[in-house]
Write a protein that binds this ligand. Structure first.
Ligand SMILES: [Zn+2]
Length: 176
């Protein structure tokens, strides 16, 4: 977005990092992780570079909401077809303000939001996260009926294990 205000940047130095730099959005802030031995000049150069990269990535996210909806439509046909319109969301979109959850669903208005943190994961994991939220349109709570719906997706258990691993590696406890 042109003219968007510059985000608040928090730089974290890590002695364990050698060359890799990474950045992610945490609410209003952008956290940039850099190796401890970087000079101030390198730090400043990399912060600019990572902000540009993040902006580009978020631009791509905005364009792929349509793809997310197409993916949801396919999953509904495959696994939730008998629920008809109840399983059809009014909107499905990627969001960047949801760092503690993979996805969320508001059954009352039929909206689903998927965290941008899921975007880089394999397709079959994205499908799990999406199906999980679609199933919440039918059953809001995590009860036996809900898990029976989710289990129709053959890779559900594997995907849950995968997501646990990602959450542990990033040091962020993420919930569904
Ligand atoms: Zn859930």
């Amino acid at each position: 977005m042109a003219g968007a205000r510059k985000p608040v940047v928090e730089v974290r130095r890590s002695q364990r990092r050698r060359r890799t730099v990474s950045a992610y959005r945490d609410g209003e802030r952008v956290v940039v992780l850099i190796p401890d031995q970087f000079s101030r000049a390198e730090e400043s150069e990399w912060v600019d570079r990572m902000l540009a990269r993040l902006a580009a990535r978020e631009g791509r996210l905005a364009r792929s909401d349509a793809e997310l909806l197409a993916r949801a439509t396919r999953l509904i046909k495959l696994y939730l077809a008998e629920h008809g319109t109840q399983a059809v969301p009014t909107s499905v979109r990627w969001v960047t303000n949801q760092n503690g959850r993979w996805g969320s669903c508001t059954p009352d208005d039929g909206t689903i939001r998927i965290s941008h943190r899921v975007q880089g994961l394999p397709d079959w994991v994205i499908d799990y996260v999406l199906l999980h939220e679609l199933a919440h349109l039918i059953v809001p709570s995590h009860n036996a009926r809900f898990w029976a719906l989710v289990a129709r997706y053959p890779k559900s258990e594997r995907a849950r294990g995968y997501l646990e691993g990602v959450a542990a590696a990033s040091g962020t406890p993420l919930t569904d």
